[in-house]
Design a binder for this molecule. Structure first.
Ligand code: MF3
Ligand code: CO
Ligand code: CO
Length: 268
């Protein structure tokens, strides 16, 4: 493993300027797959068929799925429908009209990890779901706007939490974003709630994800007996968006921007 670069006292690796290119390439592939998967989401489709397309796309690009074989997980994506918060396992259940789903893909390109997720809809998006998806998307972007050297991880969490709660929705506490780079999950835990000015200080060369999960109801979750699928305890709808980002001298580079400009569901 490559051990260049410095590690902060919080255990956060500081990557070098030349490392951004690798993250850009990995992020671009993951984002392209999320662009291309949109046409595979429709009423009557199974989430297993969506995952098959993703697995094929990763292979075709000559890349590797980071999730297949990760802690025993066997799929190229996580697909989380309606009240599933995250880590939904693709399966034979068919999508119904109005279902909202998060598709989360992580790829490895030349040793660099690209991790991103977006929301999709089968059939017609209800007003209630549209609002949830919009708020979750905007919460992620507000978190990203707080990324610049000298700000803290608490500033990111605070930006997300204050925005979401002002809309009378809730932020999931049980799952968080994470450092990544030449590994999938590394320090720090990137919390999507918190107080401004707290937590580690952001430095140029930090790579991590921001991936807020937002519920229409209460924030509590539970993991089902399959030991992966996390759901809202109150069965309320949940949404999530995820980008992989790097801290630059000026602010932030988003590695997983949609090449087709389709990151937001209503664009596609
Ligand atoms: N991509 C997820 C994340 O955002 C992790 C999925 S791990 C899996 O960190 F094993 F469930 F696929
Ligand atoms: Co992630
Ligand atoms: Co992810």
């Amino acid at each position: 493993m490559d051990t260049r670069g410095r590690v902060t006292r919080d255990g956060i690796r500081i990557y070098e300027p030349g490392d951004f290119a690798g993250m850009h390439a990995a992020g671009k592939l993951a984002a392209t797959i999320l662009d291309d998967v949109a046409e595979h989401v429709f009423v009557g489709q199974t989430t297993a068929a969506i995952d098959d397309f993703i697995r094929f796309s990763v292979e075709e690009a000559g890349a590797t799925s980071a999730t297949i074989g990760y802690k025993g997980y066997q799929h190229a994506s996580c697909i989380s429908v309606n009240h599933v918060v995250c880590h939904g396992i693709p399966g034979e259940k068919k999508l119904k009209d109005g279902d909202i789903l998060n598709i989360d893909v992580t790829v490895i390109v030349d040793g660099w990890f690209g991790d991103t997720s977006r929301m999709y809809v089968a059939g017609k998006l209800s007003r209630k779901s549209e609002r949830l998806v919009q708020v979750t998307h905007d919460a992620l972007m507000r978190g990203i706007e707080a990324v610049r050297p000298g700000n803290t991880f608490g500033d990111i969490g605070h930006a997300i939490q204050s925005f979401v709660e002002a809309q009378r929705m809730s932020v999931v506490r049980d799952f968080c974003g994470h450092g990544l780079g030449q590994v999938f999950h590394a320090p720090p835990n990137v919390l999507h709630y918190g107080r401004a000015g707290t937590g580690p200080v952001l430095e140029e060369g930090m790579f991590f994800t921001i991936e807020p999960m937002v519920n229409l109801g209460r924030p509590e979750t539970k993991v089902l007996s399959d030991e992966w699928t996390a759901v809202t305890r109150d069965k309320s709808l949940s949404a999530q968006f995820e980008h992989s980002v790097g801290v630059t001298a000026e602010g932030v580079e988003i590695f997983t921007l949609s090449p087709a400009g389709r990151f937001h569901p209503t664009y596609g």
